[in-house]
Write a protein that binds this ligand. Structure first.
Ligand code: BES
Ligand code: ZN
Length: 645
């Protein structure tokens, strides 16, 4: 404490001058704000930055606390202070040195206005300081960590813990320079209860050891948001020479069945854009509270169990996270304003993997579903308070980087690349992308770096002009955006229209077709069942039903297709939203069960939003949320809270 005060006093004068003057200066800097600098970190990585981090972690489930030492190896350009990010951490002491550690002074600075960024941790160092060791513990409010009681797991016997770092939550479980612009290697020694296993985005064990002690190495440099940890009762199943899946033992067989195509996906991705450079690619299927469909933690993608539809119909999530091994993990956005470089490239790449495995028709249907979501969200954003969020290059200073997590980055980004592909031709475009991943491998880049590279390597040599700047810096969707069509989608739209006007689409149709080389005819019974169409077709069908179709027609559909309990969470979500809008109260118990079981934000948002539209439903939603919230990660909990406010 004494040292905190001392360093505090030393800093005060610097602070006073640094605080009072800038009132006017701040406006100025804001006006000429440089969008290529990461504004979501306090760290001073230009002067002194971590190159390697060694973590010593003791994971204590009894008091839901991680006790840690973060040993930072630094490259120091001559600074006397190293600044780290931290949020909701308790710092116990900080030492300098490797063998002979000496305590040093530190100061924890003020919070940002909206408490998004956390606090700067300023550590006094010498110009020659190479090692900074931060002794800390996490607190109850640590946002990255989801501590699950046994009831929230599949096995219901053991507790579970996992982390979520992206975008700026890593600082809430590790004091770190939490900026994607700095890449580090890391290692870790992690102690967990001996009946549990720990895995990280690093080299991993495949079985438990009796002591509960695990060592990890991530030898390739990664941004801080990709450091991750999961602890639970885990089993492992190998799926191919360099890939496999972790989950709780009771789910491992289901996981192995769902993800049989993983080795093929990896091969397809490598054929497209070059070798997989992270050695091993494993998945871990987490409990239902995980707030995302997937998270591309390197070597160990985190997957939501809702992806286990039972029929492999939702595996595009895995194609997406695998694609991030190139776009995102190998070539990383330098700031969160450049988020589309991660996600837009990944959605494009994901679609190419899906096309390789399942054909163009399926890939086009997937792209169309996404395009529809883009249009809905684009209109929504354009009519809101931040229409500039429809630009690919974002300006998120003073805002939560999560605000940039929209379909703009994902789908407008992907259609930008799709449009480029159409203009230059696939062969040239693929060569270009392959060279892009090679050129920028293990680097972080800005949108402008990409723009320059595109001009130099693709557009100029081919004498092409392209409205790149309109795509990147302007709102909305450029007119030259490629169009995707699907006859199967048109059929589903027609089917929805026929049903909407009262037709009995479930009537069996009997036809007789000729058998080749025989006089006899075969009796063919045509009947619409859920199995006859893929998920995206049903999504199209539901999306094209009138919003006021009425309860009776809804229940006819439920009788024949059982959308409400079909187990496919994509379809169920669309169905619940339509049901809520139609006052189809029969499905409320199913909706309640769904909201209590599943914490994936993508599904919670539309359902809670639809419920929030009427007073009665909103108060019902609040009650359900009270029961459900212990099963949501902070990320989802805070989103739902703001919807129900
Ligand atoms: N990296 C994202 C998840 C993410 C983005 C977490 C920003 C926190 C901040 C991940 O790759 C992703 O995009 N997941 C999607 C699935 C995908 C198929 C579009 C999701 O969870 O919905
Ligand atoms: Zn992604």
């Amino acid at each position: 404490m004494r040292s905190v005060l001392l360093f505090g006093i030393l800093c005060i004068s610097a602070f006073i001058s640094g605080c009072s003057g800038p009132a006017t200066e701040k406006k100025n800097t804001k006006e000429i704000e440089d969008l290529t600098v990461d504004r979501h970190t306090y760290s001073n990585t230009k002067e002194v930055y971590t190159t390697h981090l060694h973590l010593e972690l003791d994971v204590n489930f009894d008091n839901k606390t991680v006790y840690g030492v973060a040993r930072h190896q630094m490259k120091n350009i001559g600074a006397d202070t190293a600044v780290f990010d931290m949020k909701w951490l308790e710092i116990q002491k900080i030492t300098l040195g490797k063998k002979n550690e000496k305590e040093t002074d530190f100061m924890i600075g003020a919070w940002d206005k909206d408490s998004i960024m956390g606090q700067p941790l300023r550590v006094k160092i010498d110009p020659e300081t190479e090692y900074i060791n931060i002794y800390y513990k996490t607190t109850e409010r640590t946002e990255a960590l989801d501590w699950l009681s046994p009831e929230l797991t599949n096995g219901k016997i053991h507790p579970y813990l996992y982390t979520q770092g992206q975008a700026i939550l890593t600082r809430s479980w590790i004091p770190i320079q939490d900026s994607p612009s700095n890449r580090i290697t890391y290692s870790a020694d992690v102690k967990v209860p001996s009946d549990l296993m720990a895995v990280m985005s690093a080299s991993n064990p495949t079985s438990k050891n009796t002591e509960g002690k695990y060592h990890f190495e991530m030898k390739q440099p990664i941004p801080a948001y990709l450091i991750s940890l999961a602890v639970g009762d885990l089993a492992y199943r190998k799926l191919g020479p360099n890939c496999g899946v972790y989950s709780e033992p009771g789910m491992i067989q289901a996981c192995a069945n769902e993800f049989v195509d993983l080795p093929k996906m990896i091969k397809a991705a490598e054929r497209l854009y070059g070798s997989y450079l992270w050695e091993q690619y494993d998945l871990i299927v987490l409990p239902y509270s995980f707030p995302f469909g997937g998270m591309e933690n390197p070597r160990l993608t985190f997957v939501n169990p809702t992806v286990l539809a039972g029929d492999r119909s939702l595996v595009s999530v895995v194609a997406h996270e695998l694609a991030h091994s190139w776009s995102g993990n190998l070539v990383t956005n330098e700031t969160w304003n450049d988020f589309w470089l991660n996600e837009g490239f990944t959605v494009y790449f994901e679609n190419r993997i899906m096309e390789q495995l399942y054909g163009r028709e399926v890939a086009d249907m997937l792209a169309l579903i996404e395009f529809h979501e883009l249009k809905v969200e684009m209109d929504d954003i354009l009519s809101g308070t931040h229409p500039e969020d429809t630009k690919l290059k974002l300006a998120l200073t003073d805002r939560n980087p999560d605000d940039g997590m929209t379909q703009i980055a994902y789908v407008k980004g992907a259609f930008f690349l799709k449009t480029l592909e159409e203009v230059v031709g696939r062969v040239k475009f693929d060569l270009f992308l392959k060279s892009y991943f090679k050129e920028f491998a293990f680097k972080t880049i800005t949108t402008e770096n990409f723009r320059d590279y595109l001009n130099e390597k693709l557009l100029k040599p081919n004498n092409l002009t392209f409205n790149t700047d309109e795509w990147i810096y302007e709102e909305g969707l450029p007119k030259n955006c490629v169009q995707v069509t699907s006859s199967r989608f048109n059929d589903m739209t027609a089917l929805a229209n026929r049903f909407a006007v009262g037709e009995d689409i479930f009537k069996k149709e009997v036809t007789y077709v000729k058998i080749k080389g025989s006089k006899r005819k075969k009796r063919v019974v045509k009947e619409i069942t859920r199995e006859k169409h893929i998920t995206q077709e049903w999504q199209t069908f539901i999306r094209n039903l009138p919003k006021d179709i009425g309860k009776d027609r809804m229940s006819v559909l439920d009788d024949h297709l059982n959308f409400k309990a079909c187990g496919n969470t994509e379809i169920m979500t669309e169905w619940y939203v339509l049901g809520i809008k139609n006052g189809y109260t029969e499905i409320k118990p199913d909706i309640e069960k769904f909201l209590i079981k599943i914490g994936r934000r993508k599904y919670l948002i539309p359902i809670y939003k639809a419920l929030a539209e009427t007073k009665e439903n909103k108060s019902w939603a609040r009650k359900v949320f009270e029961k459900a919230k212990s099963g949501y990660h902070y990320v989802s909990r805070s989103t739902v809270e703001s919807i129900l406010k």
